[in-house]
Design a protein. Structure first.
Length: 175
């Protein structure tokens, strides 16, 4: 396993549309392991392969159920290969989203409160579920990445510009 660099805006690779993954893709186990290690190190709750420069339709999510302050969160890793979302609910939810590719910037995004999701996991099992709550928000956020969309694209131009300025300033300070 390896902790890989996470691409940050304005890297143009983040706008690439990810390609479907073949069922016999031998690189998947290593990619998935590296994605989880990278996500946990960041720390984050979701990561799309494109965020580490791999244009494959793979995303990992772990909402990490909270525990008491003295205990580590309970990990619940989930892998989504070639995910498809459909049937968005009319009901919406607002969540103050952040992104590992847009560090230290958060903004309220309104998304459908639930969606139908279909995907294959790392074992090859297929899933077809109606999901809601935080998982639905996270799946939609990561799915956007697979389609070259960032959460800031759901914001006004002014807020998008503010996010870019903040990230660029942070990048200059880290150099």
């Amino acid at each position: 396993m390896a902790i890989l660099p996470i691409l940050e805006i304005p890297d143009p690779i983040l706008r690439d549309i990810s390609a479907p993954v073949a069922p016999d893709d031998a690189s998947l186990p290593q990619l998935i392991a590296d994605m989880f290690e990278t996500m946990y190190d960041a720390p984050g709750i979701g990561l799309a392969a494109i965020q580490i420069g791999v244009a494959k339709r793979v995303m990992v999510i772990d909402l990490q159920e909270e525990q008491d302050e003295d205990e580590k969160p309970i990990r619940q890793p989930r892998v989504f290969i070639n995910p498809v979302i459909s049937e968005p609910s009319e009901e919406v939810s607002a969540y103050n989203e952040g992104c590992l590719s847009i560090p230290e910037y958060y903004a309220e995004v309104i998304r459908p409160a639930s969606v139908r999701a279909q995907w294959t996991d790392e074992t090859g099992a297929t899933h077809d579920e109606r999901i809601d709550g935080m998982l639905a928000t996270c799946v939609q956020h990561e799915m956007d990445h697979l389609n070259g969309v960032l959460f800031t694209d759901h914001l006004s131009k002014l807020k998008r510009d503010m996010a870019l300025k903040k990230v660029l300033k942070g990048q200059r300070l880290r150099r």
